[in-house]
Write a protein that binds this ligand. Sequence first.
Ligand code: OOB
Length: 544
Amino acid sequence: MTLPGCPTWPEEFARRYREAGYWRGYTFGRMLRDRAAEHPDRVAVVDADRRITYADLDARADRLAAGLRELGIGARDRVVVQLPNIAEFFEVCFALFRLGAVPVFALPSHRLTEVSYFCEFSEAAAYITVDVEAGFDHRRLAAEVSAKVPGLRHVIIAGDPGDSGFRALSDVDAEPAGDAGPAPSDVAFLQLSGGSTGVPKLIPRTHDDYIYSFRASNEICGVTADTVYLAALPVAHNFPMSSPGTFGVLHAGGRVVLARRPSPDEVFPLIERERVTLTAAVPPLALVWLDAAAGGTEHDLSSLEVLQVGGAKCSEEVARRVRPVLGATLQQVFGMAEGLVNYTRLDDPEEVVVTTQGRPISPDDEVLVVDDEDNPVPVGRTGHLLTRGPYTIRGYYRAEEHNSRAFTPDGFYRTGDVVRLTEDGNLVVEGRAKDQINRGGEKIAAEEVENHLLAHPAVHDAAVVSMPDDYLGERSCAFVVPRGQPPKARELIRFVRARGLAGYKVPDRVEFVERFPQTGVGKISKRELRELIARELVPELGNK
Ligand code: OOB
């Protein structure tokens, strides 16, 4: 029995995807077991402190699963997992996968508002987090979360629980009992959506569909047991997790190297020491690496064969610098946690690699480019991207009403991306119709931030829009209609931050206006607000 509240594929599609050999009835638990049997002594995961072999990871996942079972955590129980790039992330994931418990992946930058929402909404049995990350004490956050969410039965800390009173992850340990484990068609975890609504949506991914997506990605990206993959982006994000990411590399029996911070002074020595062959970056990070490498580095980066760039549009200028500066092949990746992932292929001509965002993984990824009335537009014309396929969800977790808008009646996901198809079948991302800001790959749902601004007594109305930024691509600007005397921009920014929101969602800039420009039907014209900020305000300094 799968998790209630998770829409699934109609039987005729499920049958087709099985018959085509995409869904092979495999689970994460078996995947690790098989790799550990094939090459127990190969190193699976390297982090700052440890080198863990496949056999070690397999054994630890079993013992941790048994320890969690003793705490009363079992099949279909949701567990919010907020871990940085440390080896424990994989121990926890595989332990939960083996139990059939369902991780809900939070990012390390999430704070009280997001984490308590994930716990409450998913009715989580447990919250697993870290002691301290990037100078932030997650044990204090955990105390606030557990006070706010009475239903949360366990809080478990990777590292040192200090005097928090919470359990240490290392103490969760018991003799394995040989669990039956989940079915391949079961939901393996809930991934986070970038979102465009007031609260983030959760994305149910099954063992069958997710394993297919990274197994097929491995083929496209040339991943084998010899691959050494560096995870510099947060491991819980879909891109470094499955495109082909850490899970793809573990599926192939390769090695995953974890960088705790993505800066060149941490990443370059790791590339040299571990002979990293593949890594992934969002465009601003790729730019930082390129600048650092172009300025001359003492580190030998020659092992790097492929640099993947995705999560936000990579400018042609950045794309063209990858080979000359790093000596690596660029691969553009245009994907989404809901499913569909597009890659430029490693043997594509340079022009395709630098000017397009590639094409889908699967022959059964159905991609439609449509106008505002859902009618297909001719090849080469810009339109809305709709998609359906063997690893694209049919609906969000517990979101029936939203699902009726986010999916067409015949099951296509409305990506909210505005794209065009080239003659040779590649996609070019031209823009976005969804009400979201893509801040260097980090997605901000405008409505979510607007709701926080509206909670301030001096805010009458708020509209959050993107503003162009040379480095991040976009930053966020909050336009505010004040109620009476406008507060200081700084005071509003502090107010939003104090509500316990991830830092990247806090507006980069606040502008006060008397009223909002309106569209013909009386809605706020965000297009005009974006034009206003691009025209008049960007050259000035931000006020964050
Ligand atoms: C990845 O996943 P999400 O769920 O954080 O964000 C998805 C959205 C897309 O709908 C699109 O708006 C944007 O991020 N996006 C890109 C892009 N890659 C993602 N926009 C332009 N160019 C690109 N290359 O971001 C994600 C998931 C798996 C693999 C790669 C990225």
